[in-house]
Design a binder for this molecule. Structure first.
Ligand SMILES: [Zn+2]
Length: 342
């Protein structure tokens, strides 16, 4: 009897151990799932995050928040360094304190080569605001110079620095809105990542990225506008834009004539009535299927010119065609198509 009990007990213990093992396996599986889930990219900014170790293909990566590194748990390779911490850098104990505090500095921006995250120091004064003695000041100035040089220590960073400052200049000159400038910088970063710039012109790609961002966000800036603001020829910008479209699989939305009408009418100093009338003509033309597949700039120029004629506003064909960045021949062709139904 005792022996039987003993055997049963052993059986029981075995079962318990089995259950325990199963539970442990479950827990391990769950943990592994959590770890891998953590590495699945969730947003655009996180899409650059790596989920497997490039050396041993293991996907158990550890995030070290303190040093900003991602380390492989299997082989110890540092997969990614300089990870940005998006946590707050202050503490608040009450609601009021929380409301009063905000993050210091500018938000992360693609427009700046280091995304606005590096720091610099003032070399002239000490921590109490006293002027440093000349010798120390000289040393601090030298250190500052070294610090600035050390920040851009790789060729792609240097490339980015040159490119983004040129991009800011062009964007300012063309009055390009901030979010489109940001988009253009994002596109340029992609170009750099795909290694398309090697052996080609930085300025060419900068102009192409700006044009691509404008196309994507549907704001009317022609290649000739951009060519005028940059030191590139139209031919060069077109070449780089074609490369960008092909290599990045970039799909800009189809241009519609409405996009150009208002900017064209303001360039020609026309009043709102003319613009409104031109929209009506465009609608009529669209109903008769005379717009599909035609150059949108040519269509915009033609309807605006027609509207001017109807309203008795004096503009020449060549003026309209030049401002619309299209040829007079194209404009006249559209114009002859639309004239009969007015
Ligand atoms: Zn590894």
């Amino acid at each position: 009897m005792n022996l039987l009990k003993c055997m049963l007990n052993i059986e029981y213990i075995n079962v318990v151990i089995l259950v325990c093992n199963k539970k442990r396996q479950d827990v391990i599986n769950k943990m592994m799932n959590m770890m891998t889930q953590k590495n699945i990219p969730t947003s655009e900014s996180e899409s650059e995050q790596i989920s497997t170790c490039p050396a041993c293909q293991s996907n158990s990566l550890i995030e070290d928040i303190k040093t900003g590194e991602i380390i492989c748990a299997k082989c110890g390779l540092v997969v990614q360094e300089k990870k940005y911490s998006l946590q707050q850098d202050w503490r608040a104990y009450s609601l009021q304190e929380r409301q009063n505090r905000s993050r210091n500095g500018y938000a992360l921006s693609n427009k700046i080569y280091d995304k606005g995250l590096s720091t610099t120091f003032n070399s002239g004064y000490d921590s109490k605001g006293k002027k440093l003695d000349p010798e120390t000041r000289n040393m601090m100035t030298r250190l500052k110079k070294q610090d600035q040089r050390a920040k851009v220590n790789e060729s792609w960073q240097r490339n980015l620095k040159i490119a983004l400052s040129e991009m800011s200049r062009i964007a300012n000159e063309l009055h390009i809105p901030d979010h489109i400038h940001e988009k253009a910088a994002h596109i340029y970063r992609k170009i750099l990542k795909e290694d398309l710039v090697r052996g080609r012109s930085i300025d060419g790609f900068v102009s192409a990225a700006i044009y691509a961002a404008c196309r994507k966000e549907k704001i009317p800036r022609s290649i000739s506008d951009i060519a005028e603001a940059s030191c590139q020829s139209e031919h060069d910008i077109k070449y780089h834009y074609r490369l960008l479209v092909k290599e990045l699989n970039f799909k800009p939305p189809v241009d519609r004539p409405t996009k150009f009408i208002s900017s064209l009418s303001s360039k020609l100093n026309l009043n709102g009535q003319v613009e409104e009338h031109s929209m009506r003509i465009l609608k009529e033309a669209r109903n008769r299927r005379l717009v599909v597949g035609k150059n949108p700039r040519g269509v915009a120029a033609a309807v605006l010119y027609l509207a001017c004629q109807e309203k008795g506003v004096k503009v020449t064909q060549s003026e309209v065609a030049r401002e619309a960045d299209t040829s007079e021949v194209t404009m006249r062709k559209r114009f002859k198509e639309y004239q009969p139904f007015l």
